[in-house]
Design a protein around this ligand. Sequence first.
Ligand code: BJ8
Length: 426
Amino acid sequence: MKLADYTELWQSLGLDLEAHDGLLRTLGQAYKEIYLSQKNRPAGMDYFDFVISEIHGLRIRELAEARKEGRMVVGTFCLYVPEELVLALDGIAVGLCAGADVGTEAAEQVLPRNTCALIKSFFGFKLSGLCPYTEVCNLVIGETTCDGKTKAYELFNEYKPTFVIEVPRMKSPAARALWRSELGRLAAKLEELSGQPLTAEKLSAAVRTVNAKRAALHRLNALRQADPAPISGRDALLINQVQFYDDPVRFTEKVNALCDELEERVRQGVGVAPAGTPRVLVSGCPMAAPNWKLPFVVESSGAVIVGEESCVGERGTRHLVSEEGSTVDDILDRLAARYLEIDCAVFTPNTERLDHITEMAKTYAADGVIHYALQFCAPYTIEAARVERALAAQEVPLLRIETDYSMEDMPQLQTRVQAFLEMVRA
Ligand code: BJ8
C-alpha cells in the first residue's frame, strides 16, 4: 500500500521490516477487494483512500516530525480519553493499531487465549513490532473500562509507558466526582509530558476543534438516513476509523466536503444501492481499522449498512462538549460531563444505549440490526440480550454475531447474514 519509501523511518522506529512489508501487502490486497471494488463511490472517497494508502507512511512521518519539534504524541484505545486535553497542549492524539489478527501468537505468549481480539491485537502489534503508531508515541493512555483492558495495560506498561485513568462503571454523583478528578490527574500528567501549562484559551480552542470534527461525522452519518443511501456502510466506517489517525482540522474539512457531495447525491436520488435495498444497522463493539470483515459480508450479501451504534460510529460522535466556560476548571467540568455521557456497555445500568439503538433503528429506517460482539467480550455479549429485547418491543429483528479478527468464520458468517436478510426481506 505504500507510495513512497519509508524504510528508513520504519527502521528508526524499530519495526520488523519484513513482517511489516507482509502486513502492508495483505492490507493492500484486502483494501482492493473490499473497498476499491465498490461501484458508484462518491468522488470524495479519494482522499480517504489516499490516507489509508499512507496510513503507515506519510502520517507516521508527520508524527515523527512533530516529535522532533518537541510535541508530544499520545496513543489511545478508547473513547473515554479526551483528545481535547492533548490538543490543548500542542500534542497529537492517535488511535493505536488494534483491528487486525496479527501477532496473535506472540500476544498469546503473554495473554490468555480467551482474551478479546482487540486486546490481543494491540498486544500482538506491539510484540511483533508492527505498529508504527505505538512506536512513535511518547505515551499510551489506558483506561479501566473492561477487565481485559484494565489488566492488559499493567502488562503493556512493561513494553511501552502506559498511563491509566480510572473510568467508573456507574454514573452516580460519587462516580462523576471520581471521573472529574481523574481528568484533572490526566491533565497534570500531560502538562508534565508537554512541558506546558494548560490554559483556558487553548483548551476551549481544542474543544471547538474536536466538536467540529464530531459534528462533521454526525452530518455524514445523518445523510445515511436517505433511501437510497448515498454512501456505503463500508466507506462510512472507514471515515469513522480514519478520524483516529488523521489531523483533526484537515479531516473535518475533507468530511464536510464529502458531505456536500453526498447532499447533492441525496437531492438527485443517487445511491450506492437501489432504493428499497435492505437497510441494516450495526451495533456493538468498535471496529478498529482494518477490521472490515462484517461490513463486507453484509454489503456483499445485498444489504446496505446505514448506521453504526458503535464507538467507531455514533456512540463517539453524537455528544459535543459545551463550548461555554472561561476557566480551565470550568472547561474540565464540561469535558468530564460530556465524556460520561458515552454509553459503553461497561457501564451499569446502561439504558441510554438501549434507547439510542431503538432511536437509531427508527431514524435510519433500519430493517434489521446486527449486534456485533467480539468473542470473550463480556460487556457486549451479555448486554446483547437487553438490546434484543428492546428491539423486539419495536418489532425490529436482530441478529447476534460473535466473532474475532480471523477469516476462518467467513463462510459461516455469510450463511447467517444471508439467512437474516432473507427473513428481513420476507
Ligand atoms: S468506550 S467499547 S472503546 S471500552 S471488545 S476491549 S470492551 S472485551 S473496546 Fe471499548 Fe472504550 Fe467502551 Fe468504546 Fe473490552 Fe469488549 Fe474487548 Fe472492548
